[in-house]
Design a protein around this ligand. Structure first.
Ligand code: RFL
Ligand code: PHB
Length: 396
């Protein structure tokens, strides 16, 4: 048995856990990270792509932005495609100069792991059977196994940053958790393909064949999604069928088509809103997907995880360095407001762009009317743009 002590034991090396660890460690607070997967797996898993303006600025301020600034692609707008036309939403113009960046989540993870290791944060990769104990006491423990060795970490605080399926949220008694869920009757079929970009900016397409999103990763690898049955299986689809579905969704009057290429990865993403408003219990504090999930339409998931890490790091620093309890006492209330903004925007944008099986056809008409308003009214477009580039992090 290997026993250690730390101030903050962080479970999960996703964006929330790694960012929290980096901020704490570089503020002089002893912490460590316990992660189920290997470093190699984390650094190659394809997930999110979009960094909001506040996330970009934060990474730059923290000295985490060098590779992002070099390899990430600035996007000053995006397109809405519907009714055979493409319309540009000019983010810069509508938000007083704000923008987003396409920089893949696994690159963020590489940067955060490297920065943490350089700062001396211990990261226990491939940790099995992670268990949280005594979270309502002042000395909780985290038990796990790595290789053949059992570990026990005694800690002052636990940060549950272990995603939707991790053990942290479950450690809060079910009758103490306030939870909200909305499940959508569709999923996203996502592909990575070897092709040139089809457009300069992201395209969100609404069509009679459903939703599609045309995104990018590098000049030679593109990321695209189309609406699918959430219970479908990627092996049911050939490359030709995938391209046919995507081309139908983006079909437009100018004859413009997607540039096709070899499909090198396929996955199906479930669509749900989920919020556990109880983001703290005793000495356990949840952050990121462990506490909330959004459908990917608004590109908010990673950015909400970053927002939580910012609020939680400030509260922990105040408590540990200055013995000030206030921030930690009100962590859930502080973090949840921005979370609900992201949840509502993602839900709204999903409703705006997807067709739901079995719905009354009147909804498609409403959808089109609203899209028409967004592309013809500056104030409607500005509201969408303001949410899309990201609202400021919560402040005490
Ligand atoms: P993560 O990234 O899920 O990290 C949690 C970590 O915890 C580990 N873990 C455990 N560790 C120890 N013991 C256990 N028992 C554990 N169980 C789990 C996991 O291995 C993992 O490393 O959560 P975090 O940090 O909260 O970050 C959240 C984001 O990853 C997520 O919200 C985004 O990827 C969502 N998302 C998007 N977000 C955006 O902001 N912009 C986007 O464009 C965007 N696109 C997406 C997305 C998510 C997608 N998928 C795959 C659901 C596109 C897709 C396809
Ligand atoms: C992505 O590039 O993976 C991506 C972009 C925008 C979204 C969701 C995912 O809204």
């Amino acid at each position: 048995m290997n026993a250690h002590r730390t101030k903050v034991c962080i479970i999960g090396a996703g964006p929330a856990g790694l960012l929290l660890a980096f901020i704490l460690k570089t503020s002089g607070i002893d912490c460590l990270v316990v992660e189920r997967q290997s470093r190699e797996t984390l650094e190659k898993t394809i997930k999110a792509g979009v960094l909001e303006h506040p996330t970009i600025e934060l990474f730059k301020q923290l000295g985490l932005g060098d590779r992002m600034m070099q390899d990430g692609a600035f996007h000053h707008g995006f397109e809405l495609a519907f009714g055979g036309q493409r319309h540009r939403i000019d983010l810069m113009d509508l938000t007083d100069g704000k923008y987003i960046m396409v920089y893949p989540q696994h690159e963020v993870i590489k940067d955060l792991i490297a920065a943490n290791l350089a700062a001396g944060t211990p990261i226990y990769f491939e940790a099995k059977n992670v268990m949280l104990n005594d979270i309502s006491t002042s000395q909780p423990t985290v038990h796990f196994k790595q290789a053949e060795t059992d570990f026990v970490i005694t800690t002052d605080f636990i940060a549950g940053c272990d995603g939707y399926h991790g053990p942290s949220r479950q450690a809060i008694p079910a009758d103490q958790r306030r939870e909200f869920t909305r499940i959508y009757p569709c999923g996203w079929f996502g592909i990575l393909c070897e092709a040139e970009p089809s457009a300069d900016e992201l395209i969100y397409a609404q069509s009679d064949h459903g939703f599609a999103l045309i995104s990018t990763r590098t000049p030679t690898v593109q990321r695209m999604y189309f609406q699918c049955d959430p219970n479908d299986d990627v092996t049911n689809w050939t490359d030709d069928q995938i391209w046919d579905a995507l081309q139908k969704c983006v079909h437009n009057e100018t004859g413009w088509r997607l540039k096709e290429g070899k499909v090198i990865q396929k996955n199906i993403v479930a669509m749900r809103n989920f919020v556990c408003e109880t983001m703290q219990f005793g000495r356990l504090f949840l952050a990121g997907d462990a506490a909330h999930i959004v459908p990917p339409t608004g590109a908010k998931g990673l950015n909400l995880a970053v927002g939580d890490a910012v609020v939680l790091s400030r509260a922990l620093i105040e408590r540990i360095m200055h013995d000030d309890e206030e921030g930690l006492k009100h962590y859930s209330e502080m973090a949840i407001k921005r979370v609900w903004r992201g949840e509502q925007f993602s839900s709204w944008m999903t409703d705006l762009l997807h067709d739901f099986k079995g719905e009354d056809p009147i909804h498609r008409k409403f959808r089109r009317a609203q899209l028409e308003q967004i592309v013809s009214s500056r104030s409607a477009a500005a509201s969408m743009a303001e949410n899309y580039v990201g609202v400021p992090f919560a402040r005490a």
